[in-house]
Design a protein around this ligand. Sequence first.
Ligand code: MG
Length: 397
Amino acid sequence: MRSIVAILPAAGVGSRMLADRPKQYLAVGPAGESMLEVTVASLARVAQIERILVAVSPEDPFIGALHFPARVSVLPTGGATRAETVNNTLAALKSGYPADTLVLVHDAARPLVAKEDVERLIEATLSMTADHPSGGCVLAMPVSDTVKRTNAEGELIEDIDRTRLVRVATPQCFRLDALTSALAGRPNVTDESSAVRAAGGRVRSIPSSPMNFKVTVPQDRTLARLLLTASELGEKRMQLRIGLGYDSHRLVEGRPFILGGVTIPHTLGLAGHSDADALLHAITDAILGAANCGNIGILFPDNDPAFKGADSAVLLKEAWMRVRETGNWTISNIDSVVVAQKPKLNPHVDAMRARIAEILGIEASQVSVKPKTNEKLGYEGREEGVTVHATVLLVKN
Ligand code: MG
């Protein structure tokens, strides 16, 4: 699976906000969250982003008081310019990530970036870099106003055709190797796309929602606060989400029979790329489905050697952590049906419920597992395979 990381340069001073602290630390969220926390939370809604790096000045006195999701690392890589900050952070990244890692650089002062826009940006960059590894994509807004050039006195002197004009925003997305070499020796570029183009790379603009504006002057902050409060009110009307998961695995000789995280004595076992725990897989898909975060095959591809023989408990836990970060979800309850002719599962139900609850950090009373034999009908009845159906109900706090 391709590694995707995001960098938020947050070492700036934002002098146009006329405030006592850099603008990324001013409150904009409905509960008083800082702009940086809201921006990070917006990016954390994108499940494909595996790590978010916040780059601050080494002497930053404000960052310690902020709260971030588990996927966020704060690095003291802030430099004198934005390009220097990004460069220092890329250097810190390089040891742990492959050269083709996609890097999204996003302004800390664009708290309202939409999850769907970032997902389209990633998709477009993956296809762009397949043909042009040195290029990339940026979010940009079309220009809807009439555009004219003025002279020094403000007099209109030239009409400009706006049809092909865009306002370049962020995130801007490139391969780690391409961005590193483009920024080397260009410490004064104001955005990454300028550096990449100067280095000969092609950059495509991807349409962005106009909500992705940059908070620059005090009026922008007022607008951001209003929009964030309104969207929080909108979300409160929709506090329950239901998810459905399904999985089946073949029964074969020479494999352990692992279900619900419990190894059950049996003459046959479940075949698969991972440990083939169909119950944990179905619950993983139900949780991902409830939050509309894709599916287990996208997060943990079965052709990826990293997941060969994988412990499905680790995959379930990772999926649940990602979902929780997308929207402050908690699990209300899980229900499941396991269709297996043999072995007898009822004696193991309580152990499975306890193990599933332990993996997810919930109570066993919130987890139900119901074995069925299928009365010898179908492939389950012929003991050729096992099927699992699972549902989950998520509640927003
Ligand atoms: Mg499976």
